[in-house]
Design a protein around this ligand. Structure first.
Ligand SMILES: [Zn+2]
Length: 305
């Protein structure tokens, strides 16, 4: 991730960042808008309002607008407020609509937050939200759809720290995590045709299953179990031996082998092509059985319809 500089001109310091600052932490915001980081910053620097912030982050880039050693007007706690005078502010874009691009922007903001923590020798306790300073319900999208702990756990992950346990039954789960929530994840994945050991350890097999599940469900196959993936998992129809809920898939690979059994160890019976749609009537270990009886296909190379 790179940081692009579009810094406030000196002529605007009087309005946007009048005081020098020795920062003591990072303050997180949501824009409540659907503009890119580039556009947020050009709007902010171009207008004559006092409102300002240090960084805007979207799904593609980070734009730096106010130098970190000057104050910005973001926290709503007044001219002498700790938020306004002591904190480096980050605006996360696309919070109005939320969804996948907001989630990516949030990941990028977690990366930036972790970088600032490392650069200044700070810890997770130095990360605050706008709400902490003025009571404003900001960062609204994080609070509504993810929970503040979720964001802090993203930052901890960037720092290589273990997540803090929360009461949340669907917390952020990443490769390497362990615990009850991972067991729950593995149990649900097994209802979807995977064959994982329910050991509560997010290892390579679980990671591969998560990626295949994400790919099959039209999600970014990043192996990270966040709210979008949990949502699909919890809504997925249970696939039991007695009553498998058949569903349609579209082939996403150019050519896909149909095998006589659920695995690459079985012989190839035929091939199918990209864009073709098939009904899956059973699943096992990430492989799906075709209704036609022709055999089994690797579901990682299909998208669920
Ligand atoms: Zn805010």
């Amino acid at each position: 991730m790179t940081i692009r500089e579009n810094l406030c001109p000196d002529s605007k310091y009087k309005t946007k960042c009048p005081y020098t600052m020795a920062p003591i932490g990072v303050c997180i915001h949501n824009t409540a808008n659907d503009a890119t980081a580039k556009n947020e910053v050009s709007y902010m620097l171009g207008n004559g309002n006092k409102v300002s912030y240090h960084y805007a982050v979207d799904d593609k880039e980070i734009v730096h607008a106010i130098p970190d050693n000057r104050n910005a007007w973001h926290a709503g706690d007044g001219g002498k407020g700790t938020g306004n005078r002591k904190y480096i502010s980050i605006e996360i874009c696309y919070s109005k609509s939320g969804g996948a691009r907001f989630e990516k922007a949030m990941d990028n903001a977690a990366w930036l937050t972790a970088k600032l923590l490392r650069d200044h020798g700070w810890g997770i306790a130095n990360v605050k939200k706008h709400q902490d300073f003025s009571g404003k319900y900001c960062p609204h999208r994080i609070l509504d759809d993810y929970g503040w702990d979720y964001f802090l756990n993203l930052v901890r992950a960037e720092l290589g720290q273990a997540p803090e346990s929360t009461e949340d039954t669907t917390p952020l789960l990443l490769y390497g995590y362990t615990g009850e929530a991972v067991k729950r994840l593995q149990t649900i994945l097994n209802t979807q045709g995977f064959d994982l050991e329910v050991d509560g350890s997010f290892g390579p097999a679980t990671l591969a299953a998560v990626k295949a599940f994400q790919e099959n469900n039209g999600l970014d196959p990043d192996g990270k179990v966040g709210p979008l993936t949990w949502g699909k998992l919890l809504n997925a129809a249970p696939a039991t031996a007695s009553g498998f809920a058949s569903y349609l898939v579209r082939v996403t690979a150019a050519v896909l082998n149909v095998r006589k059994g659920p695995g690459t160890g079985y012989g190839i019976s035929t091939t199918i092509r990209k864009g073709e749609v098939y009904t899956i009537v059973d699943a096992q270990g990430g492989w799906g059985k075709l209704k036609s009886g022709a055999g089994w296909i690797n579901l990682a190379y299909t998208a669920r319809k």
